[in-house]
Write a protein that binds this ligand. Structure first.
Ligand code: LLP
Length: 440
């Protein structure tokens, strides 16, 4: 990216046609405009209002199957544990559980959501750097499959809680491999100065200690170096280091049942290249294949990101001193990624006429009272009128889960398209619900 460009602008912006061509689940017809999986977005906006999260089951299912197939073709005994932090909509979780996925959770809330959507406790992995005693106890008492421990201090706490409950806690030690994932600094997790994981050289003694603790059952190692990773090189480096550790553990006669290889696989937000599942599976095979141990994957974004969009209405278009602003009814409280990470999301008009109209640069902003409430800067877009709809693409991961009620804005509704029809899967929050927790 050219450093002289304003942030959130790309050296060359993909056209609407290019964005749609790379996403065959999106299409446009002259009469109804933009459709997701054949369902006109305009009709969803009429029925359910905006802002509206719209998910396509077909995309989610196809992506799950593509990843599972690639792992199978590489002869890897692997299980896909969906990282709930990317999307916690129960209807989507139910679908993933039915497809055979496991879950990766980071709070007791996510644990409950996973349990209520049909994930068996032993198919759940509990990750996270700051689990409370209560969370650890709930997970252990419920029969959780694996707790990923991130420090010696946490290991001691898990051991004590398990002993109190009369259980043996299945623990994996999360390695901090000190590898730069080459992604945004705020979502890099595998460097030595990040808060995550256990320093590489402390793993073997700690694993030995766990193996000698009656209330602990060390099941393996875990690693996760970051998110939105677009090249395989950082994975290769991190996995190579983890494989070295597994070899050392096995040479010490320590039991290793599985290896948790984390998530982080990136997706194209524009039309840029991203690793394909087969290439990722080959990297896994190269690092871990010889062990013939089950692998656990924790993908979030790769499975759900492209399966969702945020449908929003233009509230007004205004001309500033030097630039045109398109003001939407969705804001940074709904989709935080552009404000937090300067993330680029495709923004496509829904009306067929607008899709083919001449474009000129515009800033796309929300109604929240912060300049950071900006979805795009100097984006080539057509002229808009009040009430026009736009789709903010690839918002299925880290979209609704990161939304807030800032500016007292209720959380948006969500619909899921299955077999050509859409159904409401999350009600829009009402102002009454929003205010109901206050005690005055
Ligand atoms: N496993 C662990 C331990 C994680 O911390 C994460 C994500 C994942 C799996 C799933 O990673 P994924 O496959 O989705 O990249 N809010 C940011 C992303 C934060 C990711 C945090 N950890 C964003 O919107 O880009």
């Amino acid at each position: 990216m050219d450093a002289a460009l304003p942030s959130q602008a790309r050296a060359s912006e993909p056209s609407f046609a290019e964005l749609l061509a790379a996403r065959p689940w999106l299409s446009a017809a002259p009469d109804v405009g933009l459709m997701l999986d054949g369902v006109p977005l305009a009709s969803l906006a009429r029925e359910h209002g905006t802002p509206l999260w719209v998910y396509a089951d077909s995309v989610l299912t196809a992506r799950y199957r593509a990843l599972a197939t690639a792992l199978g073709a590489a002869k890897l005994p692997a299980r896909i544990h969906f990282a709930l932090k990317a999307n916690d909509t129960l209807a989507l979780l139910r679908r993933l559980a039915a497809l055979g996925a496991g879950a990766d959770v980071v709070s007791v809330g996510e644990y409950e959501a996973a349990r209520r959507s049909g994930f068996a406790p032993e198919a759940i992995v509990f990750s996270g750097v700051g689990k409370t005693d209560a969370e650890i106890a709930t997970a252990l008492a419920g029969g959780i499959g694996q707790i990923n421990v991130e420090s010696a201090e946490e290991l001691a706490r898990v051991a004590a809680i398990a002993a109190r409950l009369g259980l043996r806690a299945p623990v994996a030690l999360r390695v901090n491999p000190d590898v730069d994932a080459g992604t945004h600094a705020k979502i890099t997790t595998g460097k030595a100065d990040n808060k995550f994981g256990i320093p590489f050289d402390r793993i073997v003694p700690l694993y030995e200690q766990a193996a000698g603790t009656p209330s602990l059952r060390p099941v393996g190692l875990a690693v996760h170096i970051g998110s939105q990773i677009l090249t395989l090189e950082p994975y290769r480096r991190a996995y190579g280091r983890v494989a070295d550790l597994v070899r050392t553990l096995l040479a010490h006669g320590l039991p290793v049942e599985r290896i948790d290889v984390g998530g982080g696989l990136g997706i194209p937000y524009g039309t840029e290249p991203a690793p394909l599942p087969a290439a990722f599976a080959a990297a896994l095979q190269q690092a871990f294949g010889a062990f013939r141990l089950p692998l656990i994957l924790e993908p979030g974004r790769w499975l759900v990101g492209p399966a969702g969009l945020l449908l929003s209405r233009v509230v007004l278009q205004k001309q500033g001193a030097a630039r045109r602003f398109v003001v939407l009814d969705a804001g940074m409280n709904d989709l935080l990624r552009p404000a937090l990470y300067e993330a680029w999301h495709g923004i496509v008009p829904v009306a067929a006429g607008r899709l083919h109209a001449p474009v000129a640069p515009a800033d796309v902003v929300g109604p929240v009272c912060e300049t950071g409430d900006t979805f795009a800067r100097q984006r080539p877009l057509p002229d808009f009128a009040l009430g026009d709809l736009v789709a903010i693409l690839d918002a299925g991961a880290y979209g609704s889960v990161m939304s807030s009620t800032y500016n007292l804005r209720p959380r948006a509704a969500a619909v899921l398209i299955e077999g050509g029809t859409a159904r409401l899967v999350r009600r829009r929050q009402t102002i009454d619900e929003l205010l109901a927790h206050d005690v005055d």
